[in-house]
Design a binder for this molecule. Structure first.
Ligand SMILES: C[S@@+](CC[C@H](N)C(=O)[O-])C[C@H]1O[C@@H](n2cnc3c(N)ncnc32)[C@H](O)[C@@H]1O
Length: 268
């Protein structure tokens, strides 16, 4: 099962923890409206046409040029660029440069020694995460496609990552995650099957230590999440994830409009 490297975070059997959806009390928001015809003041629901509440300043939404500037702000290593080429060849869409840089920053901020990634792809996000982790840290990464993980391993070798820093586990996320140790991880990054995101959240809360972070890529899902006319299963599942993260009493969330959206939360 464990295909590469060693780890200090052993697999184990565990019961699946229940997700709680307790609603937190919120301080009243004082919206300052950038688009007054579309945004109504007050307490609004994610996934509705009233989703946006702008609470500070008269801030214009980013133009495509501004968004592209932000995405290109950090430069990428040759090994990451090469991994992107491999990703295009096999159709494993990697995280963008902006999201990758945030993952690296988050891993460094919590001095991550143990990280779980759900959806290895060919290793682009893993290279960013490893770049922020402690040099003795181990990344555990799960993917149902062993060919993707083979290419990821090539990318790690090219980047000079020692084999004992990665533990690549082939398999379906919902089969593998329940066997990882409770409370043993500093960061969990999810980027596999969007329709399973709420189940990944349930597992991530169990896996994280207090103070650990969870992040989900594609939290805005090609602009579909904010568009209430979109009802496809992935979009609906990602909206449900957004509500579950926002309303969970042990999570401190932030939805970052970087790349295709990165939903981040700290476990209290
Ligand atoms: C978007 S790609 C991951 C990209 C990677 N995180 C990166 O940024 O380089 C999604 C990956 O999830 C894997 N995947 C899809 N469904 C899965 C599942 N149920 N369990 C585990 N892996 C899955 C796919 O094989 C694919 O490699």
């Amino acid at each position: 099962m464990v295909a590469s490297g060693g780890s200090r975070a052993p697999l184990r059997d565990t019961a699946t923890a229940n997700l709680t959806y307790r609603r937190r009390r919120r301080a009243p928001t004082v919206p300052i409206l950038a688009r007054p015809t579309k945004i109504r003041p007050g307490y609004v629901r994610a996934g509705s046409s009233q989703e946006a509440v702008i609470t500070t300043g008269d801030i214009a939404p980013p133009t495509p040029e501004t968004w592209a500037y932000a995405e290109a702000y950090t430069t990428e290593d040759p090994a990451v660029l090469h991994a992107r080429q491999r990703a295009a060849e096999v159709g494993a869409v990697p995280i963008g440069a902006g999201g990758g840089a945030i993952l690296r920053l988050l891993a460094a901020a919590v001095e991550a020694k143990t990280v779980v990634e759900v959806g290895t792809g060919v290793g682009v996000s893993a290279l960013y995460i490893l770049g922020g982790m402690r040099t003795d840290g181990v990344l555990t990464s799960v993917d149902v496609e062993s060919e993707h993980q083979r290419l990821a391993r090539e990318a790690f070798t090219e980047a000079g990552i020692p084999p004992n820093r990665t533990r690549l586990i082939p398999g379906s996320a919902l089969d593998v995650l329940p066997r990882l140790t409770d409370g043993a991880y500093d960061l969990v990054f999810c980027d596999a099957d969007k329709s399973e995101y709420v189940e990944y959240l349930e597992q991530a809360i169990r896996l994280l230590r207090p103070g650990g972070l969870v992040a989900f890529d594609n939290a805005l899902w090609h602009n579909r999440v904010a568009d209430t006319a979109q009802r496809d299963p992935e979009t609906v599942a990602i909206r449900e994830l957004g509500r579950a993260v926002r309303d969970h009493d042990r999570l401190m969330p932030s939805l970052l409009p970087v790349g295709d959206g990165l939903l981040v939360a700290l476990k209290r």
